[in-house]
Ligand binder design. Structure first.
Ligand SMILES: Nc1nc2c(ncn2[C@@H]2O[C@H](COP(=O)(O)OP(=O)(O)OP(=O)(O)O)[C@@H](O)[C@H]2O)c(=O)[nH]1
Length: 527
């Protein structure tokens, strides 16, 4: 194997999907602990660790108890190099999550074992299905009273339409949680509470019939475990690499993220079985990771990640070749070659400069307004990665200033925030209004909070009579001019100065489309 092939082979790029509160952030903390990135887990959100949260905006996130950022973390685990892409859990941030799922090769599904399959997990699983992404499952919160594990697996199988292969099996739960039996390793791994912040010395008992097991967990539980396992092994699927790779079967692990138990079993499984960087489709051909020439696509843009660096970062997934510092890349959409000397990586959420990066890795490019979500970068080839979803805004609000002198700053803030793709900004041609469109209503709160924290603009939002927006174009310049003149009351420019029609009602939109058959109305701005 060449060095390049070795680098590709050891990479595992995955995201966590779950319903809010299932424990995604807590698992991320423990995963990082195993990656030796932080000595003591508990600093991802600055929670309870005395660490300062990263920005005022994150303060809001903490207040609401939800994560609104997607962070990227890279760390070594065993012989592998893991890239973990965290995704926001709340429904209103789903576009971001969906796009992040286009940048991974596998997913970890976290389920609150007291609750079972929840709404958001169902939706996210539908998305992973579009690409047959392999799924590893972690049943979390075993330190609480959970539902019957057999029933939980049944629910996953029937509701999410994926076969379950238990790799570990829980021994008790809640106060009686004693650990798990690792079916593949044929050993019981015992849980000690109170070690959530450290990597524990493991207490292991080899073999199911070992009398030591009875001594350690009590004969009653040991007997129960033996009976349950006989049943489970008879009734459930065995792990099958092929079925896992095509997203038809998921290995299931049990544990408690808070108690830092079982996360390592899951990571062992994920690094052993999840695929190395997979091919990606473009409009010209499929691109494989072992190709020599560099290519990648942008799946996310985020402004002001770090208040110390007031900049915007475009997150790029590398699909082929190698990034090395200072290299020239072709920015395909704008047909320009650009030299990239200061891409960043995301070691434990701290940004550091990347000298080189390989397929599967995520690098951050500084964006000065030229990069959009969905942009492809290559070493000259004219092609565009496909399948990065767009979402049309469904809700609209007018943003108003409390201090009228800050109009310029407000516009700058809105344009920059709209580059991230979660909201769109529209400036009606005939007025000084600023209208923001979003997929979910929570976005408006985020926009107002971020305007204040990051742009020092005190604004509020209010209802506006807009039902939907369409991006318009027309091949015939004369007809477009006429349309511009006659429909100007409903025309606006978006953050990238593209012409849009903002319709007060769907009826109005349909009538306008009939009246101007030569004008094309697009539901989304093409990414
Ligand atoms: N008892 C128990 N609580 C847990 C466990 N894992 C996480 N929690 C708690 O569950 C709550 C939610 O956990 P998070 O890790 O913030 O969940 P999340 O999925 O990241 O939530 P979002 O940020 O909304 O996406 C927190 O209060 C955690 O302390 C666990 O294994 N056992």
């Amino acid at each position: 194997m060449s060095t390049h092939q070795q680098e590709v082979a050891k990479r595992r790029t995955f995201a966590i999907i779950s319903h809010p509160d299932a424990g995604k952030t807590t698992i991320t903390e423990k995963v990082m602990l195993y990656g030796n990135l932080i000595q003591k887990a508990g600093t991802v959100k600055g929670r309870g660790s005395g660490q300062h949260a990263k920005s005022d905006w994150m303060e809001m996130e903490k207040e609401r108890g939800i994560s609104v950022t997607t962070s990227v973390m890279q760390f070594p685990y065993g012989d592998s190099l893991v890239n973990l892409l965290d995704t926001p859990g709340h429904e209103d941030f789903s576009e971001d999550t969906y796009r992040t799922l286009t940048a991974v090769d596998s997913c970890l599904m976290v389920i609150d074992a007291a609750k079972g399959v929840e709404d958001r997990t169902r939706k996210l699983m539908e998305v992973t299905r579009l690409r047959d992404t392999p799924i590893v499952t972690f049943m979390n919160k075993l330190d609480r009273d959970i539902r019957d594990p057999m029933e939980l697996m049944d629910e996953v199988e029937t509701e999410l339409n994926i076969m379950c292969a238990p790799i570990t099996w829980p021994i008790g739960c809640g106060k009686e949680f004693k650990g798990v039996y690792h079916i593949h390793r044929q050993e019981a791994i015992l849980y000690q509470s109170g070690h959530g912040h450290t990597i524990q010395d493991l207490d292991i008992v080899k073999g199911l019939d070992n009398p030591e097991l009875d001594e350690k967990i009590g004969s009653e539980l040991a007997e129960l475990l033996r009976e349950e396992l006989e049943l489970v092994l008879g009734a459930s699927n065995e792990f099958d690499q092929e079925l896992f790779s095509t997203g038809e079967l998921t290995p299931v692990f049990f544990g408690t993220a808070l108690g830092n138990f079982g996360v390592d079993h899951m990571l062992d499984g994920l690094t052993a079985w999840a695929p190395a960087p997979q091919p990606r489709a473009t409009d010209a051909r499929d691109v494989t990771a072992d190709e020599e020439k560099f290519s990648g696509f942008v799946f996310k843009i985020q402004a002001n990640m770090d208040p110390k660096h007031r900049d915007r970062i475009a997150f790029m997934r590398i699909c082929s070749g190698k990034y090395s510092k200072g290299m020239k890349m072709r920015h395909v959409r704008i047909k320009k070659d650009v030299a990239i000397s200061d891409a960043v990586t995301f070691m434990a959420g701290d940004r550091s400069h990347a000298d080189e990066a390989y397929p599967g890795d995520i690098i951050g490019l500084h964006n000065h307004g030229t990069i959009q979500i969905g942009d492809t970068f290559t070493q000259g080839e004219e092609m565009k990665f496909t399948g990065i979803p767009n979402f049309a805004p469904e809700m609209f609000r007018r943003i108003r200033l409390r201090d009228p002198l800050k109009q310029k700053q407000l516009l700058k803030g809105l344009v920059q925030l709209s580059e991230e793709g979660a909201v769109q900004v529209f400036r009606p041609i005939d007025s000084n209004d600023l209208i923001v469109g979003a997929v979910g209503v929570l976005q408006f709160d985020v926009v107002v909070a971020r305007l204040k924290a990051e742009y020092k603009v005190d604004a509020l939002y209010e209802a506006v009579n807009v039902a939907t927006a369409r991006w318009v174009d027309c091949e015939d310049g004369k007809k477009l001019d006429e349309f511009r003149r006659k429909a100007s009351a409903n025309l606006a420019l978006d953050g990238g100065d593209n012409l849009t029609y903002i319709a007060p009602t769907m009826v109005n939109l349909n009538l306008t489309m009939e009246r101007y058959p030569d004008v094309t109305f697009h539901k989304t701005r093409e990414h």
